[in-house]
Structures are given as structure tokens and as C-alpha cells.
Design a protein around this ligand. Structure first.
Ligand SMILES: Nc1ncnc2c1ncn2[C@@H]1O[C@H](COP(=O)(O)OP(=O)(O)OP(=O)(O)O)[C@@H](O)[C@H]1O
Ligand SMILES: [Mg+2]
Length: 252
């Protein structure tokens, strides 16, 4: 089944063309990496997919529905989960509450209205199970703001899972994360894959995405210049050109 189809997507800010006709299709259950130099339009593409930007042209179809102009919260309800390049956890809430609120957002408010309700107990239990998956159960009652950068990344991703996402848009999930934590993020992505989720991950480190992506899309100046296996991408002269061509310095 096709999960996402992006056709001739363009995006302009003022007179600056940022996306120049992006085309690709993602099948359900695929894990696809997106790489490209700084400023090539990767985050902008995610902004268009999640609804923070309305494209200037082209179309986005998600599970057979046109979502090109749909509001962000409606896309989230349909299962598009965005994890930001900068942290977005609720820092003043506890780690556990971060997950509980995501679970609650999927149910009628009446179910969790009374603090002693059965549903509240179930949600708390579930939150702990999610936290166990990423080794954060001991931090459950700590403020989320006290977590390390890497731990916040993990929390953000499992919160998106608890919210019910089917398509995960991960924007540089390992940026500024320690090598050990990078391994944890990789394991979490593998867990999402095992659960049959569809994942698009923006990443500068091709060695990192190589671990779990069978397909990589390379963006340059707002268009897809390569869409192939990691092996073919690595040895492609186009990749050399994108990163080292025109006397430009290498990025990432
Ligand atoms: N709100 C904005 N106003 C003006 N220009 C913008 C805006 N957002 C992005 N741009 C420009 O669009 C281009 C693409 O930016 P984008 O953030 O999508 O790149 P990126 O590939 O995610 O880069 P990075 O690897 O650094 O995260 C850049 O030239 C950027 O300066
Ligand atoms: Mg970016």
C-alpha cells in the first residue's frame, strides 16, 4: 500500500523558491532516509508534509487522501507524527505525564476526567511500558526538562508513538546526541520498524542511516537528485557533486 505520494511539490517564501518540484512515493512500512546539504530544503519539506507550510504547488497524498492543504492537527489525527529538529517535549511536565497526555489525546475527555478513574490507571501503566522500551522508566517522575538531549529525543519519539502515529517524520533525531545515545535512537527506530510503522528520517550521518534504511533520497536545492539504495548513493558521482561540487564545502 502507498503511504505517501508527493508530486511536483513546490514552496516559495516571497520570491525565493525553496522546494523546486519534489517527487517521491513511500510505501507503508518503509524506512527512508533523507540527506542533503544544509539549506537544501529537508526541514521545509517536512513542514509541508506536516502542514506547517502550505505548498505553493504540487500535491501530497497520504493513504489515498489529499492532504496538500489540510491543517496540521488534522494530519496528526490521520497518523502523521512529526518529531522536530529542536526539542518539543513539555519540560515542566514529568516524563510520564508527557506520555499520558499523548495517550489521553486519543480518547474522550470523559474517560480520564476523574483522577481515580480506571482509564487513568491504565494510561499510567501504559506510559511506564513505553518508557521501559527506551530505558527511561526510572525517570518517569522526573521533570522532562531534566533529561539529557538524547533522552528528550527518545521521549519525543515514544510520545509520538503513544499519540498513535503511523508515519514518523524524524528531523535529525541524533543531532547533538552522544554516540551512546545515538545507538539508543537507532534501536528505537528499529523498534518502530518492527511495529510496522513508516519512517522518514532526515539525517546528516549517512553511516547512521545506512544501519536501517534500504533507501535514501538526496535533496539538493529543493529537488530530489538521487533516490536509491545506500550502496548506490555512496558511490554516486552525483553525491560527490552535491557535497563537493562547485567549490562548495562539505556538509555533515
Ligand atoms: N521562514 C523562512 N524564511 C526564509 N527562508 C527560509 C525560511 N525557512 C527556510 N528558509 C530557507 O530555505 C532553505 C531551506 O531551509 P531548510 O531549513 O528546509 O533546510 P534544511 O535542508 O533542513 O537544512 P539543515 O540541514 O541546515 O537543517 C534555506 O535556504 C533557508 O534559509
Ligand atoms: Mg533542517
Amino acid at each position: 500500500m502507498t503511504m505517501l505520494q508527493v508530486s511536483d511539490l513546490t514552496f516559495k517564501i516571497g520570491s525565493t523558491q525553496i522546494l523546486n518540484g519534489v517527487d517521491f512515493t513511500i510505501e507503508a512500512g518503509e524506512t527512508v532516509g533523507i540527506i542533503g546539504p544544509n539549506g537544501s530544503g529537508k526541514t521545509t519539506l517536512f513542514n509541508c508534509l506536516s502542514g506547517f507550510h502550505i505548498p505553493s504547488g504540487g500535491a501530497i497524498v497520504y493513504q489515498d487522501k489529499s492532504i496538500t492543504k489540510m491543517k496540521p492537527y488534522r494530519r496528526a489525527e490521520l497518523g502523521i507524527g512529526r518529531v522536530f529538529q529542536n526539542f518539543a517535549v513539555f519540560k515542566e511536565m514529568t516524563v510520564s505525564e508527557n506520555i499520558v497526555t499523548a495517550l489521553e489525546s486519543r480518547m474522550s475527555p470523559w474517560k480520564t476526567f476523574f483522577p481515580w478513574s480506571k482509564q487513568n490507571k491504565i494510561n499510567k501503566q501504559k506510559a511506564l511500558e513505553y518508557l521501559k522500551e527506551v530505558g527511561l522508566e526510572e525517570k518517569a517522575e522526573d521533570k522532562a526538562g531534566s533529561l539529557s538531549g538524547g533522552q528528550m529525543r527518545l521521549l519525543e519519539i515514544i510520545r509520538t508513538l503513544a499519540f498513535g502515529a503511523e508515519l514518523f517524520l524524524l528531523d535529525e533525531p541524533t543531532a547533538g546526541v552522544s554516540p551512546k545515545m545515538k545507538e539508543d535512537v537507532a534501536n528505537l527506530i528499529k523498534l518502530l520498524m518492527k511495529e510496522g510503522k513508516t519512517i522518514i528520517v532526515i539525517e546528516h550521518d549517512i553511516n547512521f542511516i545506512h544501519k536501517f534504511c534500504k533507501r535514501i533520497i538526496v535533496l539538493d536545492v529543493g529537488r530530489v537528485v538521487l533516490d536509491d539504495t545506500p550502496e548506490n548513493i555512496r558511490t554516486s558521482p552525483v553525491l560527490q557533486e552535491v557535497y563537493f561540487g562547485n567549490g562548495k564545502a562539505a556538509n555533515g
